[in-house]
Design a protein around this ligand. Structure first.
Ligand code: SF4
Ligand code: MSK
Length: 647
């Protein structure tokens, strides 16, 4: 039943086609591959070769592995390892950007430049890099060096922690979870989870928080800041989204993955007049660039390049028959793309030495020769245009408008202009009850639940209840597809939130970027917590984090660094520690007691909304704010004008 697989009409149309063509996709493979019920709940240990040890049945909590390990220990170890893998992925992304920044500073990376000098100097200040008497290039080199040093730092704490509210920093120090160095925390998680090391679920998962913090306030935050320095800090930009952005008469080039170092250069190469002429010489009307997953978010926010879809649409895009090249780097790239490309004509091109796929073409990317390599990739794609297999006419005519690119800096600016930048209007709107609270709705798609359905339902319900929503990753792309990232979506918002949207001219759902840009949300939360009137720590805020359709280890790291920063976080789908009551207790009540945030798993989207709103209201009550009364609002601005017109 295709209709239960997605709520996106473009995805549904393509699923009909892939089924007709008998092409396997993540959707069909999820039907064939039943998840292992033991591993799914974290109850299988394969950390040594006396096992694997599987904890099953009613007495699972009383069972012991060959080494004597309990179910609580093994579930905690499994979760900690997943968090470390997620933190490693984001942080390695950050490392690549730091290497690029250093190369740009040294004049070794032609084609790149420093686009946001102001941010470069702000980051230099945060990292303690002296700038007096130095050229921009020298500062860039020194910031790159300093950023790289934070990966291998062994003692002390990450410089960026001082961006957090003072109270939070003190708590991290008291609990001994302030991360020392990014690589150190990841390595220590792998050490602790080796057989015979840390065998206390609470202690193991406490270190998992330290590891996740090294991602959120370390690797990811560095990735975001350096991306802004190199490619510009985002400001709102209008574009379109969904598979309908593919153009039958043009060379379609899709960039997929995560690192903007590559995708930005592809944008530059594909815009060159000589390259467009070359495409025309092959019979195409031009070159059409679009994105998938987070690299799509990166080039959307800065260049307005349209996203063709989110995670579960990568194979569906190829099945349109008009994708001449799909360029991938790292993360969230399905090996199934090779099979899909073989069936149609798409050239699948891997570019990272860290991520090769058998059967794909490999053109290795190197930031020292970026533009040259990007040109080669674009040319290879153009050369493939005449090889289309006559599958035209399949591109679903489905797109939607969206506004993306709400960086923390822009949010600050939009609330007070150049001279009075602040979060005061936001805090006042929350205090007055116009905005009931805020929610970060982020993360992936997962074919174990209906594609896009939970994201859409949750975001729509939250704004209806006057909760301002900020988004990143594939979840943001979902909202774009359903028109929630446009100012017109204020018509779906509650009366108070609508007033705020009208006054500032923003959508009720703000696109803040890619997965690493969840670090922008940490900065926003810090500013709201320290602006005044909403307590003094992130844990005081009427705010919630939600990942409705998560699937990746990176999502677990993100969720955990929000928890360790004081946020209650609810994930959809299933819990990776469902098999163990002990591990479940540690990440919920245990973490709540320690850090004021907790991690919960709830598959039902409407229950997630109920819990989120109850949490927001409880935080409002704890702050002694006005109880939420929507009937007090809605008589201002456009609403009043419209009512008068209709009278
Ligand atoms: Fe089994 Fe212990 Fe080895 Fe895990 S570490 S596989 S529980 S013996
Ligand atoms: S791309 S990690 S599927 S959000 Fe960042 Fe989307 Fe999740 Fe990948």
């Amino acid at each position: 039943m295709t209709s239960r697989k997605s709520i996106d009409p473009a995805a549904l149309a393509m699923l009909e086609i892939t089924e007709g063509d008998r092409i396997s996709t993540a959707f069909s493979r999820a039907d064939e591959m039943k998840p292992c019920p033991i591993g799914k709940g974290g109850a299988c240990c394969r950390n040594c070769f006396m096992g694997p040890c599987r904890f099953t049945g009613k007495n699972a909590e009383q069972m012991r592995g060959v080494c004597g390990a309990t179910l609580g220990t093994i579930a905690a170890r499994n979760l900690a390892r997943a968090i470390a893998a997620g933190a490693a992925a984001h942080s390695d992304h950050g490392r690549d950007l730091a290497l690029t920044l250093r190369a740009v500073g040294k004049g070794e990376a032609k084609g790149y430049e420093i686009r946001d000098e102001r941010k470069l100097y702000a980051v230099a200040g945060l990292l303690g890099v002296p700038t007096a008497g130095k050229s921009v290039q020298e500062v860039a080199t020194a910031v790159g060096e300093k950023a790289l040093a934070s990966f291998g730092q062994q003692e002390g704490e990450l410089a960026y922690l001082k961006r957090a509210p003072k109270k939070r920093q003190e708590l991290w120090r008291k609990l001994n979870i302030a991360p020392r160095g990014i690589d150190r925390e990841v390595v220590e998680t792998l050490h602790r989870t080796h057989i015979g090391v840390d065998q206390d679920a609470t202690n193991l998962l406490k270190h998992a928080m330290r590891t996740a913090l090294s991602d959120g306030w370390g690797g990811s935050m560095l990735a975001t800041d350096i991306t802004d320095i190199l490619f510009g800090t985002p400001t709102p930009v209008q574009s379109r989204v969904n598979l309908g952005v593919l153009q039958e008469d043009q060379v379609n080039l899709l960039v997929h993955g995560h690192e903007p170092v590559l995708s930005e250069m592809i944008v530059a190469a594909a815009s060159e007049p000589a390259m467009i002429e070359y495409a025309k010489s092959k019979g195409a009307a031009g070159i059409n660039l679009a994105g998938i997953c987070c690299t799509a978010n990166e080039i959307l926010m800065r260049q307005g390049v349209p996203p063709a879809g989110n995670f579960l649409q990568q194979e569906l895009a190829i099945a349109t028959g008009v994708v001449d090249g799909m360029i991938v780097d790292v993360q969230c790239i399905m090996e199934g793309l090779v099979n899909a490309s073989d069936q149609y004509h798409t050239k699948l091109i891997t570019t990272s030495p860290k991520a090769r796929i058998q059967g794909a073409m490999h053109i290795e990317f190197d930031e020292h020769h970026a533009l040259e390599i990007a040109r080669n990739i674009v040319k290879t794609t153009i050369d493939n245009y005449p090889n289309r297999k006559g599958k035209e006419g399949r591109v679903p005519d489905v797109t939607n408008e969206l506004i993306a690119g709400f960086s923390h800096e822009y949010l600050n600016y939009m609330q007070g202009g150049v001279y009075r930048q602040s979060f005061r209007p936001f805090n006042e709107a929350v205090i007055a009850g116009r905005i009931r609270g805020a929610a970060g709705v982020v993360g992936c798609n997962n074919p174990r639940c209906t594609h896009d359905s939970a994201h859409f339902q949750i975001v729509r319900e939250l704004i209806k209840n006057d909760v301002l929503v900020v988004q990143t990753g594939c979840s943001a792309i979902t909202s774009g597809k359903f028109g929630l990232l446009t100012p017109e979506a204020m018509n779906l918002a509650g009366p108070g939130l609508r007033e705020v949207c009208e006054a500032i001219g923003i959508p009720p759902v703000l696109h803040m970027g890619s997965c690493v840009d969840n670090s922008r949300i940490l900065t926003v939360l810090t500013q709201a917590a320290t602006e005044g009137g909403l307590g003094e720590d992130i844990s005081d805020l009427p705010a919630i984090g939600i990942a409705p359709e998560w699937m990746s280890e990176k999502a677990l790291s993100i969720g955990t660094y929000f928890v360790a920063s004081g946020v209650k976080v609810i994930f959809g789908v299933d819990s990776p520690v469902a098999g163990s009551m002990e591990a479940t207790r540690v990440i919920s009540e245990g973490w709540e007691e320690l850090v004021g945030g907790s991690l919960e798993f709830e598959p039902d989207p409407m229950k997630i909304v109920e819990k989120a709103i109850a949490h927001i209201d409880a935080k409002r009550a704890a702050l002694k704010l006005e109880p939420y009364k929507p009937e007090r609002f809605g008589q201002s601005g456009d609403a009043r004008v419209l009512a008068a017109q209709n009278a």
